[in-house]
Design a protein around this ligand. Sequence first.
Ligand SMILES: *Cc1c(COP(=O)(O)O)cnc(C)c1O
Length: 373
Amino acid sequence: MVDLQTQYQHIKADIDRGIQAVIDSASFIKGPAVTSFQHNLEAYTGAKHVIPVGNGTDALQIALMALGLKPGDEVITPTFTFIATAEVVALLGLTPVVVDVDWDTMNISVEAIRKAITPRTKAIVPVHLFGQCADMEAIMAIAQEHKLYVVEDACQAIGAEFTFSDGTKQQAATIGHVGCTSFFPSKNLGCYGDGGAIFTNDDELAAQMRAIANHGMVIRYHHDQVGVNSRLDSIQAAILDVKLPHLNDYIAARQRAAAYYDQAFANHSKILIPARDARSTHVFHQYTLRLQNVDRDALREALAQVGIPAMVYYPIPLHMQQAYQDPRYQAGHFPVAEQLAACVLSLPMHTELDEEQLEYITTHVLQAIDAQL
Ligand SMILES: *Cc1c(COP(=O)(O)O)cnc(C)c1O
């Protein structure tokens, strides 16, 4: 699905030098490499504060911890996403309220958010699924109206840009009160291990989240609140600092691959290509087809036979997960998410796909689908 080896070969000298510099300095934790990357990421995204942390899940957890929510407070999330989004809500004793998504963008449904709001609702966690922003203009308007926090799960969407109706543009993770991203190796800006970051323009929230990420400590060995230990380590920061200047090229490479896929599949009656929301750029963390009247398992099998991986992100919506069973939710409650879970298929998507590979993949996908009756 990804080719991190080839990508590394192009930047090997810089990466190796960056890693070696950290080892030579022995500043493995909170070293200058972390501060450097933090400032460069602030400059890139336009966020006032970037707080580097251990991974994307921690970023979400720390963000929610900083909001001062109480057990039982409700947090709205889409049911069609990676589990981490709801996991941290549940872990903190908050109540996840899952809602359906839009069939076209696969992102959280604004109408569904409106219907899910109760007096206990305190926050919305929209996910910019597969690299395209949710409708942040409508979501921020709802949040303002109901005095809710918005924590963006931008783990798949670093670098995506949302355009508001007045023409202003803002990057994913910098629109809500807090934004979160992940530097998991296969993410669009990936390190060589675990990593993540929190974004905010709010000075108080930034101070609060920095303290929480550091054992609830501002003054050494004075713990004002219960915190966690979550740090981006210096070697990962050095790697990310080398990769960040390439991020726009990496996004462009993904978009070129997506355009090739689009053209190959656009006119096929059994394939729906990823719908684009005109207000957001799409950075294609995943290129995800919606298949109609296709035996997806047989297609995956046929592709595997010719060496092409294809993955189902995500096969089970949150409300149908064993650990998240809740009498409020049953199969059938979120028809769009359930239909998507049954028909989506993600194709290889990374920065190193060349035309030969894309032709090979598209030819075999089309052949395998047309071979099905
Ligand atoms: C990857 C991802 C996360 C979690 O990031 P980690 O760094 O793996 O903890 C959370 N939400 C979404 C949507 C993701 O894709």
